[in-house]
Design a protein around this ligand. Structure first.
Ligand code: FAD
Length: 276
């Protein structure tokens, strides 16, 4: 595959040691010539400064950096200030999200859904930013129905999003079905599959319970069977993810976005294993 269509996602590290580890991981992933590195944004803006620090560091290393920006719990004034900071820092791509309110935070702020954020960014900054939005091939856990969720996804595209990155999934058919349904609605923007390498089963199971991404029974049972044998879990996970990526690319996926969890080895293992 052309490496120009790979992207890698990080979370902003909390400690100096985390920053050093991420710098090393990033240097290894940079060798694969990704299109951009994205950096997540903690719920309710909790990582605002660390997200900015991480994207600034990535820019200084000469790579394209895409901060995630979630709007729930924020005011227009807050978001306007963040956009200005990113414009001043020479950032040209944002992953625009609703986000989830941290438990205990009661106010929803001035934005309810991500389509409102996309619209606001376009009104405030015109075409300065390439806007990515989230897509859910297995549907967002709060969606009233599959149909509603796709129509809500379309609102983000109609508001001016340029492309989408999906929640992770292990069933390629869910992605192909989602893309087909989008095409029927006239959505033509690239929808890039998000790939979650399997590193630890317990961690993956926890993430999946929260975000509604399904771990197929055959995968769950196989990994449960490995118990504490982490090498076997990782080898199995690498094979599953590599085959999934091959199937997605062969079926027309426009690229791959990796949820790195700030580690380079699992992603490199998958990409080097691709036989396309
Ligand atoms: P939306 O697109 O607003 O959708 C949220 C729900 O509301 C869906 O059920 C949708 O069907 C419904 N909905 C949408 N619009 C409307 C409307 N106008 N009327 C009625 N219903 C509507 N979270 C973070 O906190 N930080 C991150 O950095 C982060 N990065 C992510 C990156 C990717 C690629 C993905 C896939 C997710 C990421 N998330 C992140 C998680 C995301 O914030 C959550 O999944 C959140 O619950 C939904 O965000 P969204 O932007 O998809 O919301």
């Amino acid at each position: 595959m052309s490496n120009s269509h790979i992207s890698f996602e990080f979370f902003p590290p909390q400690t100096n040691e985390g920053v050093e580890k991420l710098t090393i991981a990033r240097a290894k992933l940079a060798a694969l010539n990704p299109e951009f590195f994205s950096v997540t944004f903690g719920a309710g803006g909790s990582t605002r400064d660390r997200t900015l620090e991480t994207v600034t560091q990535i820019k200084a290393e000469g790579f394209d950096a895409a901060p995630h920006l979630s709007c729930v719990g924020s005011t227009r004034e807050n978001i306007r200030a963040i956009l200005k900071t990113y414009q001043d820092a020479g950032i040209h791509r944002i992953v625009a999200l609703r986000g989830d309110l941290p438990s205990g935070m009661a106010t929803a702020g001035e934005f309810q859904y991500a389509n409102e954020l996309v619209e606001f960014i376009r009104t405030e900054t015109g075409d300065h930013f390439h806007l990515e939005v989230a897509a859910y091939p297995e549907f967002h856990p709060q969606a009233r129905s599959a149909r509603d969720d796709i129509l809500n996804f379309k609102r983000k595209i109609d508001a001016g999003a340029n492309s989408a990155i999906t929640q992770y999934f292990y069933n390629a058919d869910s992605y192909f079905h989602f893309v087909d349904e989008c095409h029927k609605l006239g959505i033509t923007v690239p929808i890039v599959p998000g790939i979650m390498p399997v590193v630890r089963f317990s961690q993956l199971a926890r993430f999946s319970d929260t975000c509604g991404a399904e771990i197929p029974r055959w995968m769950r049972k196989t990994m449960e069977g490995f118990g504490d044998d982490s090498e076997s879990v990782q080898a199995f996970g690498r094979d599953v993810a590599t085959r999934l990526c091959e199937k997605l690319l062969a079926g027309g996926a426009p690229g791959l976005h990796f949820y790195t969890l700030n580690q380079s080895a699992p992603c490199i293992g998958i990409i080097e294993g691709l036989s396309l």
